[in-house]
Structure formats: C-alpha cells, structure tokens
Write a protein that binds this ligand. Sequence first.
Ligand code: ZN
Ligand code: ZN
Length: 418
Amino acid sequence: MSSECKCIIFIGDGMGGRPVPSLGQRTTIEAASTPALDAIAARGESGYLHPAGIGVPIGSDTAHMAILGYDPFTYYRGRGPFEAKGVGIDVRPGDLAFRCNFSTLQGRVVTDRRAGRIKSGTDQLAQAINEGLRDGIEGVEVIFRQSVEHRAALVLRGEGLDHRVSEVDPHEEDTDYWECRPLPEAADDTNAVRTARIVNEFVARSSEILQDHPVNKQRAAEGKPMANAALPRGVGTAVDLEPFELKYGMTGAMIVEVDLVRGLGTYLGMDVIDVEGATGGADTDEYAIAKAVEAAWADHDFILANIKAPDLGGHDGEPLQKIQAIEKVDRAAGYLLDALDWGRTALLLAADHCTPCGLKDHSGDAIPVAFCGYGVRPDAVVSYGERACAAGSIGHIQGPDVMRVLSSFAGRAHKFGA
Ligand code: ZN
Ligand code: ZN
C-alpha cells in the first residue's frame, strides 16, 4: 500500500506571521478559527520550516523552488524564465527571458505603466511584434507573448547573451523609461554590452510597431491609453531544471494561483491545473481548489496546492482580511480531511513564507508546518500556529528536507546503504 501513497503539499501563501497588537498579541493564524488546520496538527507532526535557510526572507517563486527541492541559490536566475514559461513560450536553457508590461509612452515618458490595464487586443499586438522582428536583432531570435491584461514576456535566444543588464521599466509613472545598460559588474563584458543594445533595439522597434497598430488607433479613438510600448524587466537566464517526475519518480500536479509559481510548475513538467473560481484574490473559491486537489489526487502521485489570499492580507497590513483568508485555507483543508483516503496520503500543511501584517512584506521568520497522514507519528501538538508548532516533534526543517520527509512518510524514499 505504501508504494501507492500520495503526497500533498498544501500551502496557505504567506500564512505565517508575527504577534499582532490589535489581536491581543496573537498571530493571524492563532486568531483565526481553524478547526481543520488544528486537526491536521493534532493528527500529525509539527515543526518549523525555513525554505532557504534560517532567517532568509524569500519570494513565493524561490520558496516554492526550495520546497520542491530545487535549490534557489543554485537555480534561480530571475523571474523572467518562469514568467515566459507560464505564458506558453517554449523556454530553453540558455534563453534570456524578461517580464514585460504593455505601457503607454509619450515620447520617452511613461504615462501609464499598464496601458490602462488593457484587457483585449494584446494577442494582436504581440503578433505584430513577432512579425515585425521575425528576422531577429543582431542575429538573436526574438519571441514575444502576451499574458493576462498588460503583462507579457520576452525571450531572446542566441549566442553571446548575458543576463547582467538593467531594467527598462522605471517602475513608476511620469518619468522616462530607462535605457538598458550592462550592470556595473559587467560594464566591460562584450556580451552584456551587446545584450543591452539588443534590448534597447527591441524597445525602440516594438514601440514603432505598436504606435500605428489598429488596436492602438482604436484605443486612441476611444480615449483609452495606447499600449504603445513593451518595457522589459526581471531578466533571467533559463536554466536546466530536472523535471519533477524524473527527480522524484512521482507524477506531479500543481494547483496554484500565483502565475510565477505556475510557470515553475510548467518548467518542471508538472501538470498545472486551472481551477474555475480560483481568482488569486480574497474572493477565491476555496472549495473549487479543494475539489481540484481531490480530482488530481486520483491520477497523480504528488500535488502542490496554494491559496494566495493570506499573503494579500499580509501585504495590505490588514489582520482581519488575513484572518478571513486563513479561514478559507481552513475550509479547503477541512474538505480534504473528509474527502481523501488518509491511509494513502501524506500531507504537509505549510506556508511558503511569513507575511506579517506589521511588516507588509515577506519576513525571514520560521513557518509553522504540520505533516499528517500515512506514516506520520503524532506528537503532542494539538493546534496549528506559530507558538504551537514550535513545540512539535519534527523540529526545524529546511527546503531540501521537505520532499525527503514526505517521501519517507509515503514509503517512497530510497534507502541509503544496505
Ligand atoms: Zn508566497
Ligand atoms: Zn507576497
């Protein structure tokens, strides 16, 4: 039976936090009503997780890499490659990938970084860019693809490229967009100098193409901001990551609301499952997500699920909003406690990082976690939270431990030695 045991990592994004004065110094997890999360802790082994090492604040993308056993310090080369993979570009090792915004320019001045959050026509704009630049720039292939709203991705493919170049998107409005330059440490590097030149050429030529495009003529006629530029940022070099199934011998599914993490899943060859009603916001349908996990359980060995909402409450510095989001995570967990065969499931309940409301950003704090299900030896912890999990038997674990511990519970680990 154990060889058939499935593994689940169930994440409330940014769910961990710090004591909140207005909550009587409880954390938002401690203040929330979480019968299901508590039941997981009561049935399981609790502890603390440090995805990228003790005290390291971490992003959602790098945290998910670390939790899946891909060392972000080795393999993370910026957000661009995941973004590009997430929008469907066939990213290959060595490609340079950027995130882009369709923006509104007047001359060099960025008047709207998101082109009025353009909703339609970006597929036609992207097609025009690809056609206009089909011969590439300086022998480098240019691949551009729209994402949702104003977002897009750019891939440069060819010899002699270097990721050590600066951003073009100025990250604020009513200011000039930035010229791409080699970073100071690569100022004399021929490839970095050439890459910066190619990026600047891309911005100039794509702006020309977009300026006269029918989609923009119509937007101008309707009084909407034109999407007359595509401004790159977040450059990264695509690396070769071992596919999840090869690395672990398990078929993997990802049910997540964060685009970058979805891109990571695609990158790792996992099935990235769309869930209707999973909005990535405070209004997300937690039952739809839980049901998608239940469905994926039937035909995958491993599932990673993530509900984004708690992180938003943390960034907004709104404890009550975060509590409501954590209670959504609890309801999804409760559904799974009822729905799954726990004689054939090992689950880790976790966050990818803490997002304390008082900080409005990710902290390097330890994340409360609890393992439950097949193979798990229950400890004395009976509730889920920052204080409670500190007393758990699993102690302090780091990113590379997660898949080892889960695989061991599930009877899927390979014995070391005779
Ligand atoms: Zn996160
Ligand atoms: Zn966040």
